[in-house]
Design a protein around this ligand. Structure first.
Ligand code: ZN
Length: 300
């Protein structure tokens, strides 16, 4: 009899424990605002998401603080972009992996054939500006969350599938807006090469003053070459970026002026982060729409 009672108490506590686990939120720490947004959408009410980098923060140069490392260690799932976007955090992710943490590298969900590379084979990490690739990112995140929380894997998958439909609508929006810009004017000059995927997907020629990372500063030769290009092509506007200092692009504008041509600043683009609170671009979808509106508005 006594044994039965022990068993009953044991099974009851196991039941309560599993219920408690079932209700618990999955704690997700994502590096960038884009990834935090995606984790919130795919995770839905089951996850509590925190972003390490706020709006306007440059991920190429970002170094994890001791507090960040602690937050990642306490999380159930860590999400990062990969392809060296978080160029100074590689060791941190490797250590978390060794500890057995569920670490989701979103770039793993992108087909290698879809990746752009710079000279020397260095991959371009700015995959989020091709909405088609971000649809794959949603699936990769659902897979990762499902690995950490298998009971709700189906929910994550369903959330990702629903979101992919919203992203299809976003694709249609971009395609329509781009038609407003005459084909010869579809040239984007920006502070750094964050828009190559955007350019490939939507038919823009893209020139960045700095390379695909902001780590190497643009030299005067780069500024001169790009100024020549702008004058030659009679480009109406260049763009500043939310996560790169304005002076970079202003130096370019001055160099163009010195050659007797005027190029306007077409507005600020969100490049490596979403817009902050009150910007109207707080989500990935709103950020992409804001960029597309800024680009087409300045170049048409
Ligand atoms: Zn970048």
């Amino acid at each position: 009899m006594k044994r039965f009672k022990v068993l009953r108490v044991l099974s009851l506590s196991l039941f309560l424990l599993s219920a408690a686990v079932g209700w618990a939120e999955v704690r997700v720490v994502a590096t960038t605002t884009m990834l935090a947004d995606l984790a919130g959408v795919v995770g839905g009410p089951h996850v509590a998401v925190e972003a390490l980098m706020g709006p306007g923060i440059d991920p190429h140069l970002y170094q994890a603080s001791a507090g960040d490392v602690g937050r990642m260690q306490n999380a159930d799932v860590v999400v990062y972009n990969g392809l060296h976007l978080e160029g100074k955090m590689g060791d941190v992710f490797a250590a978390l992996n060794r500890q057995g943490k569920t670490v989701v590298c979103i770039a793993d969900g992108i087909d290698k054939a879809d990746l752009l590379t710079e000279e020397g084979g260095i991959p371009d990490p700015h995959i989020w500006f091709d909405v088609r690739l971000w649809k794959d990112a949603a699936l990769e995140l659902a897979r990762g969350l499902g690995e950490a929380d298998p009971e709700r894997a189906g929910d994550y998958r369903a959330n990702a599938e629903n979101y992919r439909k919203e992203l299809d609508a976003l694709q249609d929006y971009i395609t329509e807006k781009v038609k407003e810009v005459p084909e010869g004017q579809r040239v984007m000059v920006t502070a750094h090469d964050a828009f190559n995927y955007f350019g490939r997907a939507y038919g823009f020629e893209v020139r960045g003053l700095q390379g695909i990372s902001t780590a190497a500063e643009a030299g005067t030769a780069d500024v001169r070459a790009l100024a020549d290009f702008i004058v030659e092509r009679r480009i109406k506007a260049v763009f500043v970026e939310s996560s790169v200092p304005r002076k970079t692009i202003e130096a370019l504008q001055d160099a163009v002026k010195a050659k007797g041509f005027d190029v306007g600043i077409g507005g600020e683009l969100y490049s490596d982060s979403l817009g902050g609170a009150g910007s109207g671009a707080e989500t990935y979808i709103l950020t992409v729409r804001a960029n597309v509106d800024t680009i087409t508005g300045a170049l048409k």
